[in-house]
Design a protein. Structure first.
Length: 442
């Protein structure tokens, strides 16, 4: 018997944050990585800068006598806002909160010998914590340990408000003009506008060999059926099954699972957002290797209007990556529905309610009582970086006695037809203990 396993209905009479995080085992398949690594740094040691790294702070003064340049920080340490490291317990931290506008600091890697490998390309990858504000970081590559000079090249400028709050991974290809250099440095230049702090973690610089033969390519998660509201859109992702350079991606669509296939204009990245879905369509990813001329194709995703599909057991949902169903990023997976799909009564990932869910009022505040805080012995989002959140407040953190409580249903569809009893487990947090509790119905 197919059953809707749980309907999470939350009604608020006082401002109260609810967090639900369901942990289950997701079975993922990963292919071997054939990149060669020049450098990896996760800032786990309190020695800062790490051995071989250089810290250079040409400008900066603090309003409280604190550090004026990059420094080492632990999870939920002095950084504002207090955040966990991306992995482990340490990260690099720039105290923009206390450093006056105009201050900047350079954190410089050791020298790397790019001439050690031929062919392919080189890339730098790291995690940066986005929050809000106009503070920013320049990522610079150079043949000297300096952010300036004739060979200094800016790969990117990342603003704190570039993406939704949280850890985000950024990966940049280093220009081929550096490929024969025996001394290459990557400089992380933090710039203060007297706003929120900047944090980076898990830096990796790698040589990516060229592709060969017919590339393998797969959808992530594996190909299947995606149900959306009629007229809604879906986001589909994929990638080559090996880490190699020279891969050219092109999304294709069809009204039949066997084709003919048509290129989606401009869809040359690893992610594509479909057009409005009013009838069944199929999407696949084409991967061409420039070195060999080989072409590979993923299996196709079926995108159709209709109800969510029923999940098989065992099932896990940790609310890390939400997708489009009726509106933008309104469900955590293809086995869920969310009613209403937007507005103050709608569930969202804890950092996407205001940007995608149409939240208003105090639910959009990100400091003070409205900050997601850790719950001992667990981190702020158990099992990952994010959680599902329902909020409800008209003003100043509470609903008046005459107000109509908001309610929202987050439904999981699961196939319970197998024999034996079924067990539902999840982690729950009340953000403001002591206030009149809301109703949570399962």
């Amino acid at each position: 018997m197919n059953t809707i396993l749980t309907s999470l209905l939350l009604m608020k009479k006082k401002q109260l944050f609810r967090r639900i995080s369901m942990l289950v085992l997701l079975v993922m398949s990963f292919t071997s990585v054939n990149a060669q690594n020049y450098l990896t740094q996760g800032f786990e040691s309190s020695t800062f800068p790490p051995s071989g790294w250089t810290l250079n702070t040409p400008s900066g003064s603090s309003d409280d006598g604190g550090p004026t340049g990059w420094a080492w920080q632990t999870s939920y340490g002095a950084s504002f806002p207090g955040i966990p490291a991306h992995s482990g317990s340490g990260m690099a931290w720039y105290n923009s909160w206390d450093i006056y506008s105009g201050g900047y600091s350079n954190l410089i890697t050791p020298a790397m010998n790019f001439a050690a490998y031929t062919g392919g390309s080189n890339q730098v990858s790291f995690w940066y914590y986005n929050y809000s504000g106009s503070d920013y970081m320049n990522v610079i590559v150079n043949t000297t340990a300096s952010a300036t000079g004739s060979s200094a090249t800016t790969l990117a400028t990342i603003n704190l408000s570039t993406s939704s709050s949280g850890w985000h991974q950024y990966t940049y290809t280093i220009p081929s003009s550096f490929s024969s250099s025996a001394t290459v440095y990557v400089i992380f230049q933090a710039n203060s506008n007297y706003g929120y702090d900047e944090n980076i973690d898990d830096i990796s610089v790698d040589h990516i060999p060229p592709c060969s033969g017919i590339p393998g390519v797969a959808l992530i998660p594996s190909a299947g059926k995606i149900s959306v509201c009629s007229g809604g859109t879906a986001t589909v992702s994929g990638a080559g099954t090996s880490v190699s350079s020279g891969q050219v991606y092109q999304w294709q669509t069809s009204t039949s699972p066997t084709g003919p296939w048509t290129d989606v204009p401009g869809a040359t990245n690893t992610t594509v957002t479909t057009t409005a879905i009013t009838s069944t369509k199929y999407y696949r990813l084409k991967d061409s290797c420039t070195a060999s001329g080989g072409v590979g194709y993923s299996l196709a995703d079926t995108v159709a209007p209709g109800t969510p599909t029923y999940a098989s057991l065992p099932y896990v949902q940790d609310f890390e990556n939400w997708q489009n169903y009726c509106t933008s990023y309104d469900i955590p997976g293809g086995n869920w529905s969310n009613t209403p799909s937007s507005g103050d009564g709608s569930w969202r990932r804890e950092d996407q309610g205001c940007s995608y869910g149409g939240w208003t009022s105090t639910g959009c505040y990100t400091s003070g009582f409205y900050t997601i805080t850790p719950v001992s012995p667990y981190t702020s989002s158990h099992g990952g970086s994010h959680c599902a959140r329902f909020h409800g407040a008209v003003s100043y953190g509470y609903l008046s006695a005459s107000s109509t409580p908001w309610s929202g249903a987050l439904d999981l569809y699961v196939n319970c037809s197998g024999t034996g009893n079924k067990l539902l487990q999840f982690f729950f947090k009340s953000q403001w203990p002591g206030y009149t509790p809301a109703g949570l119905y399962i």
